[in-house]
Write a protein that binds this ligand. Structure first.
Ligand code: GDP
Ligand code: MN
Length: 387
């Protein structure tokens, strides 16, 4: 679960990580009012959406006159925000954060994730802040520093030293102290909130020697939501794809992708293999949908409905290996969904396993139009030919 920047900053402030003062608003009028309570110039007007790259997409505006705050907010609210992470149709901006502007001296990147290789929380720090960290990693990997945190010792001041004394130039003592405190507190925030990601890009130093989190990103591990009830309240379903919301409700594993082939598969491994085979047949999957090993007729029907609810889908591939999920159950689920939602794109079915004959017969004796593939490779070839 992702948090908004203003929500993450609220948590930061309580944990002792300094941030600029700000207020969240939903209209241009409120933005104008907020500017009166917040010191400036400059003021920073920031779209609150769960997508990064807002600055380059026009979602972050630094203005010099209080009277420009409302106008900037109006501009941002008036149309979908398109960034590198949103897709071309962009996302609706519902909330805006108005902040006091900061006189930036240096910009750093500070992040914490769980490192898969070492299975330890890992702090990532770079003096190349304010730009995309992926680009820094690709072009100047030497500028990215890492410290793994042992769960036995926790974050150690010496680790902060390893990161800070590698900066060029090494900052003055006051700034070093500020950076050390932020690092220790980021680790605390990461643990206390069961995060999979905490990211501050940029973490800045000001011309008067302060250290401030100018941006904030926090992702909470969904598996921890049962014990993070207070954080669950911060969930903003408006930020989610409607089809992903529907899938969540039905307990289906669904991820939207960029292509036009809808795919329904049981089991995450088979789903990934199916994505690959679709791609190698020259087509692009529109989604990843794993109905799960033990799916019942209703889940199949729900899954199929979600795929057909995606207007980009031009052909559907069902690839099921019947184990616990029997092929006859699958067939009934598909028929049930096809009755509810009009099927107006080609359907390719490949199934194998338990009760496969019965499943085939159910489909064949129905009015449903579909093509049968004998194996996965043929299924992918067939489906790719339809688009
Ligand atoms: P992102 O593009 O979605 O990551 O949004 P950020 O919050 O990182 O803002 C984008 C950029 O705006 C930052 O990298 C800064 O360079 C700039 N920015 C944000 N706040 C301030 C501020 O208070 N003063 C100045 N001068 N620049 C700011
Ligand atoms: Mn940023």
């Amino acid at each position: 679960m992702k948090l908004h920047e203003f929500q993450a900053k609220e948590i930061f402030r309580k944990a002792g990580i300094p941030t600029p003062n700000g207020q969240v608003v939903t209209t241009a009028d409120q933005a104008g009012q907020a500017a009166k309570d917040i010191s400036g110039p400059p003021w920073v007007v920031k779209a609150q959406v769960h997508a990064g790259g807002r600055g380059k997409g026009g979602g972050v505006k630094v203005v010099k006159e209080a009277s420009e705050v409302a106008t900037a907010a109006q501009t941002i609210l008036s149309k979908p925000l398109v960034t590198k992470q949103t897709g071309t149709e962009g996302v609706t901006v519902n909330q805006i954060l108005i902040e006091e502007g900061v006189d930036i001296d240096r910009e750093f990147y500070l992040g914490m994730v769980v490192d898969r290789a070492t299975r330890m929380p890992t702090m990532i720090f770079s003096q190349a802040g304010g730009m995309e960290i992926e680009e820094v990693a690709a072009n100047t990997p030497d500028l990215i520093l890492k410290e793994h945190v042992s769960p036995i010792t926790g974050w150690l001041p010496s680790q902060a030293g390893n990161l800070i004394y590698n900066l060029d130039p090494v900052p003055p003592p006051e700034v070093r102290k500020g950076l050390m405190a932020v690092m220790a507190n980021v680790y605390k925030v990461f643990l206390a909130n069961d995060c999979s990601l905490v990211e501050i890009n940029p973490l800045v130093t000001t011309t008067d020697g302060k250290v401030l989190a100018v941006d904030a990103k926090m992702t909470i591990d969904d598996n921890a939501m049962f014990r993070q009830k207070a954080l669950a309240e911060l969930d903003d379903p408006r930020e989610k794809d409607p089809l992903e919301l529907q899938a969540e409700k039905y307990d289906l594993n669904y991820i939207r992708l960029d292509g036009n082939i809808g795919a329904m598969v049981n089991g995450a491994g088979l789903a990934m293999a199916t994505m690959d085979v679709i791609q190698s047949a020259g087509a692009e999957p529109a989604n990843f949908l794993d109905v799960g090993g033990g799916a019942d007729e209703e889940m199949i029907s729900n899954g199929f409905e979600i795929i057909l609810g995606d207007s980009r889908v031009e052909a559907v591939l069902i690839n099921i290996f019947g184990g616990i999920l029997r092929c006859d159950v699958l067939a009934r689920g598909v028929l049930a969904a096809a009755e509810k939602t009009k099927l107006n794109v080609p359907l390719i079915v490949r199934m194998e396993g338990t009760n496969v004959e019965e499943g085939r017969e159910i489909l064949q004796t129905s009015n449903l139009e579909f093509l049968v593939a004998k194996d996965l490779a043929e299924a992918a070839q067939l489906v790719a030919k339809q688009v």
